[in-house]
Design a protein around this ligand. Structure first.
Ligand SMILES: *Cc1c(COP(=O)(O)O)cnc(C)c1O
Length: 373
């Protein structure tokens, strides 16, 4: 069986260094706010090319804290509108509604699956305060056109960079393209910890400072509480592991690109729609895509998934139900987003990771090519 994602094998790759890093933490006696976090924040900020990185508990918290900070800073108020893609993981939307802000959903582009920049302007109202772009599946969603809309209407541009650590747009990394970005280091992400972890990256020093305060009980100094904050921290163990894996992130993403390129070249099946190949290049800083997921489409998706499983290839669906059709968002259930709904019915994610060997990649290709409707 070719596993969708073999985390055990990924860990094995860095085992010696990770064990050293863990022992360093065990011996240090510092388990929160120590040297590992301080150094990871410096190293990840340098990697992304931002002035600041603030470690937090997870990716959802990173995004929640960004909105909360903008509210405390007076840039937005409860009830204001945030433009977001209709086609995203639920966490993007939760970060908005958790702050009593209102998500205004915009359809994606059917070829990239990212927010359709042509449909954003008509969704802007007097209450719009930000555009949340999601670099879905590892592909950059930033466009100069979106940044120009933000300038024109005085909106914040926020990136959900949970799926695209290491991706580029014109030589700049995702996570550094907007006013602020939420990063997730959930174990399955391109840069994954051994549990929950996340970070906010931003060039805005005031925002970074506010997020440090809000993520630590709202305290500006020990036992001095300026805000009703929360507890969301990136601990020393996770930071130490992330420091090891960050060193190999570009090499790991390169391997993902190789596999994606092989899939794109060799999967030839008239019943299957391949992902947008506009960024098919192995050159690092011009390529936008880091292939967190390799997502194909098929009108008989469920049958294809069964066929692949029966032939030894495990796949997953990202995602089966869009946020506006979830019970948690009952007030949105009556809305229709045809592009989003079509995507959710047809998508299927093939295995892709830095530890897949050529033989496995070839077997995936052959199995997919053998499928007939
Ligand atoms: C994983 C993910 C998140 C949330 O990250 P967690 O660390 O799991 O909280 C947010 N947005 C997107 C698009 C994600 O894929």
């Amino acid at each position: 069986m070719i596993k969708f994602l073999d985390l055990q094998k990924i860990t094995k790759k860095y085992e010696t260094e990770i064990k050293e890093a863990l022992m360093r933490v065990v011996d240090s006696g510092h388990y929160l706010f120590g040297e590992e976090l301080k150094n990871f924040e410096i190293e990840y900020a340098l990697y992304c090319g931002t002035r600041n990185c603030v470690g937090v508990g997870n990716g959802l918290d990173a995004l929640r804290l960004i909105f909360r900070a903008y509210i405390e800073m007076g840039f937005m108020n409860q009830g204001d509108e945030i433009i977001a893609p209709a086609n995203t993981y639920i966490a993007s939307i939760l970060s908005i509604t958790d702050n009593q802000l209102k998500p205004v959903l915009v359809e994606p582009d059917i070829s990239t699956y990212n927010i359709d920049s042509d449909r954003i302007e008509m969704a802007i109202t007097a209450r719009t305060k930000a555009i949340l772009i999601v670099h879905l599946y590892g592909q950059n969603a930033y466009q100069d056109k979106i940044a120009n809309l933000c300038k024109k209407y005085n909106l914040k541009l926020i990136e959900d960079n949970a799926q695209a650590q290491g991706a580029f747009f014109k030589g700049k990394r995702t996570g550094s393209l907007g006013d602020s970005a939420g990063n997730s280091f959930y174990p399955g992400k391109n840069l994954g910890a051994f549990g929950d972890a996340g970070a906010v990256t931003t060039n805005d020093d005031e925002l970074a400072k506010m997020i440090r305060i809000l993520s630590n009980y709202g305290s500006s100094g020990k036992y001095i509480n300026m805000y009703q904050g929360m507890n969301s921290r990136l601990d020393e163990i996770q930071a130490a592991i992330l420091r090891v894996k960050l060193k190999y992130l570009d090499a790991d993403n390169y391997r993902r690109r190789e596999i994606a390129q092989f899939y794109c070249k060799n999967i030839k099946n008239p019943f299957i729609t391949m992902p947008f190949a506009g960024h098919q290049t192995l050159v690092l800083n011009s390529a936008a895509h880091v292939w967190h997921l390799f997502v194909i489409r098929c009108s008989e998706r469920d049958k294809l998934q069964d066929f692949l499983l029966n032939n030894g290839v495990q796949t997953l669906i990202h995602y089966p139900i869009p946020p506006h059709k979830q019970a948690a968002y009952a007030e949105y259930n009556g809305m229709t987003f045809p592009v989003t709904e079509a995507i959710h019915k047809e998508v299927l994610s093939l295995p892709i990771s830095q530890v897949m060997v050529d033989e496995e990649v070839k077997r995936v290709v052959d199995t997919v090519n053998n499928w007939k409707e």
